[in-house]
Design a binder for this molecule. Structure first.
Ligand SMILES: Nc1nc2c(c(=O)[nH]1)N[C@H]1C(S)=C(S)[C@@H](COP(=O)(O)O)O[C@H]1N2
Ligand SMILES: [Mo]
Length: 405
């Protein structure tokens, strides 16, 4: 069963799938507006690797939801394919002599980066969406640099191996069987010279791999939807859990209690929003905010971990109207730095780009689905903006500083 046919089929699936993972991964990185450093992104020395960054658009509003849903769900679905592919080429690891030529040596080094890189990316990715932060340091630089190391090796590998894969698949379609079976001496043998009796057919093996992928897909994809579908996401930590009912009954990532937010500091008497800009600072209570022109937008929350909610109805003050309070024409509103009450831990603050601030759907939300925000969704006020990663929707907002970042 182990042989060029099996390897070629899996290889072609991974060629397409991993390319999509790489592109959606880079786009997800761009969606953070990492150039608003060092607030949004602390990846050191990204230098040239940040060459493609652009101001992330606000349309369509489900852009990040789709991008990240595809990235995470596809990544999980490809795990059986990846494992089967690695299994199918294990004999090559022990090929003798270990190095036959300079070209062969280079190919083997690229394989080290390829296999090491892909395992690293899948392991860190899965650990992150399972909220298991056992790796040293922050996930972002690890997954980001890992992706570049892996993809460089992937390109080398595809250039070197694609001709053989295509040849094998073509021969197969012509009913000739792969080269090795036709008695053509292969460059690097995959087939054992003395194979044991097969216990499963190739078709059976493909069904096993495909079935495994399908099972993972079916128990993951639901985390991108609300209602009964969400309960099918048995493998997603935020999937099958019950987010409760009522206006605030949608997915919560980190609760107010977990982030150390107390009822006192968010109370009507104590909490004030401080908005700062060129004309100075303004302090506003929640009642005063509710007295400003209020607007509604229907927007989802879409987390980097892949889960998302459908559109919720948010109501609050437009970010560009807040910029206008401290000296900016609404159409000339600049970037904003948003800080929360939270004292420790990740996502205490985040910055938004001018195009996001100017979008009339971007709000400092006070209500959701017709009721005041619940404590876990960011009461007294949170940011909500179209097409942004969840981490930029800062909850329990305390300060907003407008100005070019
Ligand atoms: N202050 C603060 N804001 C935050 C977070 C946080 O931990 N602290 N988590 C962020 C993340 S990662 C996501 S996905 C969303 C989740 O919002 P929700 O819990 O209302 O669904 O809030 C974001 N805002
Ligand atoms: Mo998130």
């Amino acid at each position: 069963m182990r042989g060029p046919w099996f390897t070629s089929v899996l290889g072609v699936v991974l060629l397409g799938g991993i390319t999509v993972l790489f592109v959606t991964g880079l786009l997800s990185y761009a969606a953070y507006n990492p150039d608003l450093s060092p607030v949004n992104d602390k990846t050191p020395d990204k230098g040239l690797l940040g060459f493609y960054l652009f101001a992330w658009p606000t349309d369509p509003p489900w852009l990040y939801r789709l991008n990240q849903g595809v990235h995470v769900t596809l990544g999980i679905t490809l795990i059986p394919v990846l494992l089967a592919k690695l299994w199918s080429v294990v004999p090559k690891l022990f090929a003798l002599p270990p190095v036959r030529s300079l070209a062969h040596a280079l190919e083997r080094i690229s394989l080290l980066l390829l296999v090491g890189g892909v395992l690293f990316e899948f392991v860190t990715g899965v650990l992150n969406i399972q909220l298991d932060y056992v790796f040293p340091g922050s996930f972002y630089p690890l997954h980001f640099y890992g992706a570049w190391v892996f993809f460089a090796a992937f390109v080398v590998h595809v250039v070197l191996r694609a001709p053989a894969a295509v040849r094998n698949l073509r021969r197969m379609r012509e009913g000739k069987g792969p080269q090795e079976e036709a008695g053509v001496e292969p460059e690097f043998p995959l087939v054992s010279p003395r194979p044991m009796e097969p216990t499963v057919s190739r078709r059976g093996a493909l069904w096993l791999v495909g079935g495994g992928s399908l099972l993972l897909f079916a128990t993951t994809a639901g985390q991108s939807f609300d209602g009964p579908l969400r309960r099918t996401a048995l493998l997603a930590p935020h999937g099958a859990g019950d987010p409760g009912s009522g206006p605030g009954g949608f997915q919560i990532n980190k609760t107010a209690a977990y982030r150390g937010i107390t009822g006192r500091e968010t109370s009507e008497e104590v909490w004030r929003l401080v908005v700062t800009g060129p004309t100075g600072s303004v302090r506003l209570s929640r009642a005063e905010l509710l007295g400003l022109p209020l607007h509604s937008s229907a927007l989802p929350i879409a987390c980097v971990e892949g889960w998302s909610t459908s559109d919720q109805w948010w109501r609050g003050v437009r970010l560009r109207d807040l910029a206008a309070l401290v000296g900016y024409e609404a159409d000339a509103a600049p970037d904003v730095m948003v800080e929360s009450l939270q004292r420790r831990g990740a996502f205490r603050k985040a910055a938004l780009r001018a195009n996001q601030v100017r979008d009339p759907r971007s709000l400092l939300a006070l209500d959701v689905n017709g009721e005041p925000l619940t404590p876990d969704h960011g009461y007294p006020a949170r940011v909500i903006a179209p097409a942004v990663p969840g981490v930029l929707n800062t909850k329990w907002v305390a300060r907003m500083t407008f100005g070019d970042l």
